[in-house]
Design a protein around this ligand. Structure first.
Ligand SMILES: Cc1cc2nc3c(=O)[nH]c(=O)nc-3n(C[C@H](O)[C@H](O)[C@H](O)COP(=O)(O)OP(=O)(O)OC[C@H]3O[C@@H](n4cnc5c(N)ncnc54)[C@H](O)[C@@H]3O)c2cc1C
Ligand code: FES
Length: 511
């Protein structure tokens, strides 16, 4: 298993060869070291290189091996948390800047794809927000008004989304949204970075990040990158131990891809208003001569490490899709991924909170991580090059949004409750009860042990104590990973860290 992935494979991973660069084998010096080669890190590195900065990008795995390889890539200014909510939290001016920044991100992706001649299936299309079963019409009325106040003058209510297969009922249209193939786009940007003199090192994990003049990034292999500035774009920041992880919460989200006859569903983005909500789009099959397309349906989110029977979520998504799209044939993809939900709806992009002067972060992507990642590229490039940017305080990671205090308290209470698993029994009583290619936590006296039995029956054991802030990890049978219910760190079956905030592996234990 790739260190930044999981066991399932997305449509994007299946249709594009991962682009990887050799690891860093020596010390390096640069203007800016970017950690993480997802949409946030790669866009930032690209724009910095265009601005004349020397950049070094490092990533644990290949380019796009994190959540960007698992997205559904709606490129949208229809924000998850809704403008009505954003206006309550940040005022009308904040909602306006949110709309402006996400609209600018869509335009920037389009402009970059054109300028760099990146064939990434970029397509402009409309998006429609419609009511979930039992949803009240006022949700859409309020959102219509809020989008107009936020400056999105072209949104409007329609009797239904323009689909034949099912009646969405009244729907709020967001015009000029977009979609693309995220890995084709990232790979094109990576090529442009290296063309512009930037260096990318894959298979290179940041182990220690030190602010200063200069900053120092130490890799797991013991090499040092000396840089004037560092950008931590690791999705969940691996440089921050506590502060940022109290402001956002990790959620798993699920996707099915069903084969549909080519042209049978008009291309558009769809979201319902449920909580969790469903998100839908169609993508070409990406196979020469194929007469089908892929209907992509996502949803069924839950807090990371806090749900069993994750596979049932795929079945529920499939049923939901089949009821609405009867032309759907077989399920050809099933994958899941992780999103970080900020307690106050907006991503955190800017200087790392505390005393750091030259370390920047981009996190709190929510379900709008493609545009948030692109906003990060634009904003961080401005901050690093000393250019004023009107979005800076909206995304400032140090901000305190008093109006989100209830969500803040709820999420952190939930984290506190997870520590109770230190005293509960194990998932199973003995190693013998664990089926092949599966894992379970067992109790041995005071210890909790994460035990994995591989497909051939071989056993490996590590401590079940997360190396971030010591919660007990939980087995994710869909992705074959150990997931931490507190702040979303994830580890492969053998305890190797897959996802921050943890930066070190689970402690390996003898058999
Ligand atoms: C199923 C799903 C559907 C989604 N749908 C949408 C959508 O339709 N529209 C939308 O806008 N957003 C969507 N999102 C969200 C969006 O895809 C993500 O927010 C976004 O891709 C995150 O990009 P990133 O660059 O922050 O992180 P990532 O893509 O995860 O990149 C972070 C990188 O950092 C690397 N890394 C981590 N730790 C280290 C370390 N210590 N050293 C070196 N490298 C490290 C990882 O290997 C990884 O490659 C979705 C997400 C999921 C999971
Ligand atoms: S991720 Fe914070 S304790 Fe595990």
């Amino acid at each position: 298993m790739d260190p930044t992935s999981g066991a399932t494979e997305s449509l994007w991973m299946d249709t594009v060869e991962p682009v990887s660069y050799p690891p860093l084998t020596d010390d390096a010096r640069t203007h800016v070291c970017v950690i993480g080669a997802g949409i946030a890190g790669i866009t930032t590195a690209y724009l910095l290189a265009r601005a004349g900065k020397a950049v070094v990008v490092i990533d644990n795995g290949p380019v796009g091996g994190g959540q960007t390889g698992r997205t559904t890539a709606h490129i949208s200014n229809a924000l998850d948390d809704r403008y009505s909510q954003i206006a309550k939290l940040f005022g009308d001016d904040g909602a306006r800047r949110a709309a402006e920044s996400h609209t600018a991100a869509i335009q920037r992706i389009e402009a970059i794809a054109e300028l760099e001649d990146i064939d990434c299936d970029f397509e402009r299309l409309d998006g429609f927000l419609f009511l979930h079963e039992g949803g009240k019409r006022e949700i859409l009325d309020d959102e219509l008004e809020a989008t107009h106040l936020a400056g999105l003058a072209d949104t409007g209510l329609f009797a239904r989304a323009p689909l034949d297969s099912f009646d969405t009922g009244v729907a709020l249209r967001f015009p000029r949204q977009a979609q693309f193939h995220p890995l084709k786009y990232l790979n094109g940007l990576a090529r442009a970075i290296t063309r512009d003199g930037g260096r990318i090192y894959c298979g290179t994990r940041a182990k220690d990040i030190e602010d200063g003049v200069p900053c120092k990034v130490t890799t797991a292999d013991g090499h040092t990158i000396t840089a004037e500035d560092v950008v931590v774009a690791t999705n969940s920041p691996v440089n921050d131990w506590m502060v940022m992880h109290t402001k956002q919460a990790p959620y798993r989200t699920y996707v099915v891809g069903l084969r549909v006859p080519a042209g049978s569903i008009p291309h558009m983005l769809l979201w319902d208003t449920g909580d969790p909500y469903h998100y839908v789009r169609v993508h070409p099959a990406d196979r020469p001569g194929a007469d089908y397309e892929v209907l992509i349906v996502g949803g069924e989110d839950h807090k990371t490490g806090q749900a069993q029977n994750t596979d049932e979520r795929f079945t529920r998504l499939e049923n939901w899709a089949r009821q609405r799209f009867p032309m759907a044939q077989d399920v050809i993809y099933r994958w899941s991924g992780q999103v970080l939900e900020p307690v106050d709806a907006m991503a955190f992009i800017g200087k790392n909170p505390g005393s750091d002067e030259h370390v920047y972060i981009a996190t709190g992507d929510s379900g709008n991580g493609i545009t948030h990642g692109t906003v990060a590229g634009i904003l961080l490039t401005d901050l690093i090059t000393g250019t004023e940017n009107p979005w800076a305080d909206l995304y400032d990671p140090s901000r305190i949004t008093f109006r989100s205090a209830t969500d803040y308290a709820r999420e952190n209470l939930n984290v506190a409750e997870q520590y109770s698993t230190w005293i509960t029994p194990g998932d199973v009583g003995s190693v013998e009860e664990i089926p092949n290619d599966s894992g379970a936590v067992i109790r041995r006296g005071m210890r909790k042990i994460a035990v994995y039995r591989d497909a051939s029956g071989n056993i490996s054991k590590c401590s079940a104590v997360c190396t971030h802030l010591y919660c007990i990890v939980d087995w994710n049978d869909t992705e074959k990973t150990w997931d931490c219910p507190c702040h979303g760190s994830r580890f492969d079956p053998y305890g190797k860290v897959v996802n921050g905030p943890a930066i070190t592996d689970l402690e390996a234990l003898p058999d």
